[in-house]
Design a protein around this ligand. Structure first.
Ligand code: ADP
Length: 265
């Protein structure tokens, strides 16, 4: 709480009153601090790939370009880092548009189960051989009011993570469960899991449980932050459960449309 005092004077310059303005600055300061942290994060995140690229470029310029073995490797590192930076900047732009409410969501009536099958089919086409996708979807039609492209982005993020963090020979369970007025969607992997104290944080911007490792895997630390915004734009909730060493489950809900009247409940 911040207090501002101003004195009120009469014609003889005598103080006749006092105005006190109390303002709640805690919220304001919190937002300001978050903004500062965010800018600092962005700078760090972009500097890492840039400095990596600089050293590889320098090595190439210093003569490595003549080495038929080394040159292609260095170029491929530079290329990967560039790709990751582009992904990061695109993610940042999307988050910024969402923050400023400058993005549109085109919701339509979708049979979620049929749609989810399509999404999984696409993953099945080019999944690493050692990973199995296991579907546990009801054989029914459940309709939700949603933006297909945005929901695809949510599922792509979660499923790609599950694949990324799955061990050799791992199974990923993709489940949908009907609850009273909503669908509960869960994606469960058998990876190394996330410690309890970090479970909520994985939805924060730039948060990574293991920085070096996820960078190597090409991550930006923004995927789940975007997924959270998008799920909330559909009036759903998203969270994660995990047992260290046993795997992670990411869950989210979507409100069901009223099956009879066709409007959202
Ligand atoms: P990234 O691009 O780094 O994957 P995300 O926002 O998608 O960013 O995820 C944030 C972090 O959450 C990841 O860096 C990782 O540490 C953790 N994480 C997400 N999904 C999983 C999972 N299935 N298993 C273990 N850790 C995960």
């Amino acid at each position: 709480l911040r207090a501002n005092f101003s004195a009120i004077y009469d014609e003889e310059d005598e103080v006749t009153g006092l105005i006190t303005v109390l303002s709640d600055v805690t919220e304001q300061e919190k937002v300001e601090q978050e903004r500062r942290e965010f800018v600092s994060n962005v700078s760090h995140e972009l500097r890492t790939p840039l400095t990596t690229m600089r050293s590889y470029m320098e090595a190439l310029a210093d003569g490595a370009w003549e080495d038929k073995e080394i040159a292609p490797k260095f170029l491929s590192v530079a290329q990967n880092e560039t790709e990751r930076m582009i992904r990061m900047v695109n993610d940042l732009l999307q988050l910024s548009r969402m923050d400023n409410k400058e993005y549109s969501i085109y919701k339509e009536k979708i049979d979620f189960i049929a749609y989810f099958h399509e999404v999984i089919d696409r993953f099945d086409m080019n999944i690493p051989e050692h990973i199995t996708l296991q579907r546990e979807l009801p054989k029914k039609h459940y309709f939700v009011w949603m933006d297909k492209d945005k929901m695809t982005q949510v599922l792509d993020n979660i499923i790609s993570n599950a694949i990324k963090y799955s061990p050799e020979g791992g199974t990923i369970r993709l489940r949908v469960e009907k609850q009273r007025h909503r669908l509960l969607i869960s994606i469960q992997d058998q990876g190394l899991g996330i410690t309890y104290d970090k479970l909520d944080k994985i939805f924060d911007r730039f948060y990574r449980a293991d920085k070096a490792r996820t960078r190597k895997l090409g991550g930006t630390g923004l995927g789940l932050a975007i997924s959270k915004e998008l799920v909330e734009a559909h009036y759903g909730k998203i969270w994660a459960k995990s047992k260290e060493g046993k795997g992670t489950t990411v869950l989210f809900t979507l409100p069901l449309m009223n099956q009879k009247r066709g409007d959202r409940k």
